[in-house]
Design a protein around this ligand. Sequence first.
Ligand SMILES: O=C(O)CCC(=O)C(=O)O
Ligand SMILES: [Fe+2]
Length: 354
Amino acid sequence: MAHHAADPNQDHDFEVIDLSPFFTTPGAGDDLVVAKEKEEAIRRIREACSDSGMFLIVNHGIPAEVLDETLAVAREFFAGPDEEKLKWSPRPPEPGAAATMPMGYVNQAAMEFARNNSEVFSMGPTGSGSAVYPTDPTRFREVMERTFEYFVKTVAPLIETLINDALGLPPDLLHRYNSERQWDVMLAYHYFKSTESKKVGSFPHKDPNLFTVLLQDDVGGLEFLRGDGRWIPVSPVPHSLVVNVGDVVQVLSNGEFKSVAHRVVSPREKDRYSLAFGYQIGGEKWVEPFAELTGESEAMNRFQGFHYHEFLQLLGENYKLHLDPNDAFAIMDVVNHYALPASPVNLPAATAPN
Ligand SMILES: O=C(O)CCC(=O)C(=O)O
Ligand SMILES: [Fe+2]
């Protein structure tokens, strides 16, 4: 299915989009060629998002050394003794801080919800200053904050623009919609290797946010549900990032773009390390299909509107109801709670940007 992989000799079952045209200075080369390349990249992103909600990006603006060092530092931290790691367990938020995800180290084995299969260090919110980071390795904080900044300032705004344009929305609409964003989150994961008797990983889920950007190491194990209903392994592409479209984009796009179901099935040979950057929206934000895509016709809406925090609460309650990981499919489509019976036949197709 994929055509123009970063490595032309290798074919993938997913799109690998080269973002270098978006970093080209106007006038530095053939602007017409660059414009064509951009258009083609956006067309392929639209295809991937309409089918599964997942695509890979290369030449995305984060230097390869930065990515390598980030995973190396995470690996070093997770290699430490549990007593040391537990010192960095989540702390209650500081008074006055915006409600966010708990920061710090969580050994999933210790959680009620656990499958005893991974540990995670969670970072965010953006610019809160209340973060407590491990001191061993000493460069942990510096390296993680630098990567976080790349995600916040370079990668995520570009993806936001590309999704906007792939939907054929007026320029910057998604960016303006999301201008009150208060925080993002970054998670460093360590998945233990699977054994003969026990599969390790994460159960299938969709991300609730706008989108998630993943950095995975060369071990593999990530899988996504393609439009044809098959689980497709995301074989590692060096220095690429994986983009997972989330529930909010699915609703804003009136179902035009999919929130991608994905899971991790850790291989048996090796532990797996990954990093997830979640691009959020404000909790108070009202989420409903963009009128630009429904022609302001109520009848065209596939989703009724909701406040983002209500949806998160519903999601949380649903997780508690379905503690058995085999129930994953029951918790995956919580957004369908807001689905309306609009006829897809009447939906205007997302148009290509000129
Ligand atoms: O570790 C991964 O590759 C996936 C992580 C993930 O799905 C998430 O953080 O939502
Ligand atoms: Fe996820």
